[in-house]
Design a protein around this ligand. Structure first.
Ligand code: GRG
Length: 297
């Protein structure tokens, strides 16, 4: 019988923590302070939602876990870099992340900038120095996939739209475009990279998985907006209520709390529909979709 979801998550999180601990440069190696700050920003925190999605998609595609480890680590490093930079005074200017002082508070701004830069480079090192696919051209595609998802046509572009939209009234399609890029692109990439580490899926199935990623990535953001409004700082491990304080357009400010929650439910159902054909092998992806929508932190 398959493990309960909560034990599967706990096992994956602790196994993956060891993977990251081993892959990140040691704080004893020069430049020690930068390496210590990189480890501070990546280790011992975070839900690891993107790696969990990569592992679940890898399972579905029959991938070797040793390969998915590198793909998942690459995505998590890009995510950690984005959080470090997002928290800096020139962006969101926050002091708390994952229940700890933010990187620039614990270290300094210049170090935080370099931490983001170095994590981003290391992510691409992981994707390129190991064999992640039997087909080298597919591996090249994977590198491109993460580059596009994190660059100006993906996460960084979404962040640019976000910064430009402070104090403005966005329409629902505009808000959706922002989040499809800022949050959704990396979540989608995590799922696809996990799947590409295996050979078990055809193109049509990869498209279904991509649709699942798009919908669940958006649902993740809608829920994030709801939590920013409903949960407290201690539960979130980051400052609650920042969106309203910063006069940022969110699903809650645009739709109201009840309709934002209904939208998350709708996206969740549509995401599950796109996994229809996969049966039991997509069990973990379905459970992760449930977690993303029902989470309280
Ligand atoms: C600086 C290029 C650049 C991009 C920043 C992702 C992002 C773009 C900013 C983070 C700000 C934010 C609160 C976004 C909303 C959704 C989100 C990505 C939340 C954080 O992700 P979680 O909940 O965090 O997966 P943990 O800590 O669990 O990993």
């Amino acid at each position: 019988m398959a493990k309960a979801f909560s034990s599967w998550v706990a096992d994956q999180q602790s196994r993956f923590e060891d993977v990251l601990r081993n892959l990140l440069p040691s704080a004893d190696v020069a430049p020690q302070r930068l390496h210590a700050a990189m480890r501070y920003s990546v280790l011992d925190g975070g839900k690891r939602v993107r790696p969990l999605l990569a592992f679940a998609a890898g399972e579905l595609a029959g991938a070797d876990v040793a390969r998915v480890n590198y793909a998942a680590a690459a995505v998590e490093l890009i995510h950690a870099y984005s959080l470090v930079h997002d928290d800096m005074p020139c962006m969101d200017d926050d002091v708390l992340r994952r229940g700890k002082p933010t990187c620039h508070v614990e270290y300094d701004e210049a170090t935080a900038l370099l931490v983001g830069d170095a994590l981003q480079s290391l992510a691409f090192q992981f994707l390129s120095e190991q064999s992640l696919s039997d087909d080298p051209s597919k591996q090249l595609q994977m590198v491109k996939l993460l580059a596009v998802a994190s660059g100006s046509r993906g996460m960084a572009g979404g962040q640019a739209i976000d910064l430009a939209s402070v104090g403005k009234q966005l329409t629902l399609p505009e808000l959706e475009q922002m989040h499809i890029h800022k949050t959704g692109a990396l979540i989608r990439a995590a799922i696809l990279l996990g799947a590409h580490c295996g050979n078990g899926l055809n193109d049509a199935q990869i498209d279904k998985l991509d649709r699942f990623g798009k919908l669940i990535g958006l649902a993740f953001q809608v829920v994030d907006d709801v939590l920013d409004c409903e949960a407290d700082t201690a539960t979130l491990g980051k400052t609650a209520g920042k969106d309203a304080d910063n006069d940022k357009p969110t699903y809650v400010s645009l739709l109201g709390l009840q309709d934002a929650k209904a939208m998350a439910q709708r996206l969740h159902s549509e995401a599950l529909e796109s996994l229809g054909e996969f049966g039991e092998s997509a069990r973990r992806l379905r459970e992760l979709a449930d977690f993303i929508v029902l989470r309280k932190f």
